[in-house]
Design a protein around this ligand. Sequence first.
Ligand code: DX5
Ligand code: ZN
Length: 220
Amino acid sequence: MGTTHEIILAPSLLAGDHADLKSSIQEIADAGLSWVHLDIMDGHFVPNLSFGPQTIKALRGYSELFFDVHLMLDNPDKYIDAFLDAGAEQITIHVEPDYPVAETLAYIKSKGCKCGVVLNPSTPAEDAKPFLEDCDIILLMTVQPGFGGQSFREDVLPKIETFAKWRDELDLNYRLQVDGGIDLNTAGRCTELGVDTLVAGTAFYKAEDRSEFIKTVCKQ
Ligand code: DX5
Ligand code: ZN
């Protein structure tokens, strides 16, 4: 039986105030949460740009939160040192681009940083199977990456079940994370299938009652 983890909500800073990210990251700590999800975009792998290592490093100086860095880059292997230097404590990399995924995971781990792979909604689960034993976390995109505020993709639900099954069958202990369109209506559908790490940008920052939102999605 694979390890089950307590449910964690990791707000995505992408949905914060880009004119005042320091306050937006402080709001996460003020809400009593421990992780921040940092969406890094290169304008190639995804049709958008967000923030780079310099911004992350600046925020590092003002935050004790666990920096969960999601690299939406064509060549993430070229940026690992930059984000390690910026204070990343976990780095997740996509399986779709053409670069040495296994070696990159091994390198991240060799630096004492947690690591994992990310799959876009249409990427089959089998594409991540070779890396499962090297991963601390598996991130399943529940929207096509690039923009916050999109609608949850139900077609990803069977893939969640697959990774939860593999975790049990192979007696692994990776966290299972979803990202995109996670809110009061969709979080429960993911956690009941075995998801234990939720990324929410829009729903967190726009929540009327943040502590109620957190209690509900984290099943507290
Ligand atoms: C997509 C981004 C979003 C963001 C969260 O590339 O990764 O998924 O984190 O988006 P929302 O606002 O849907 O929670
Ligand atoms: Zn993300």
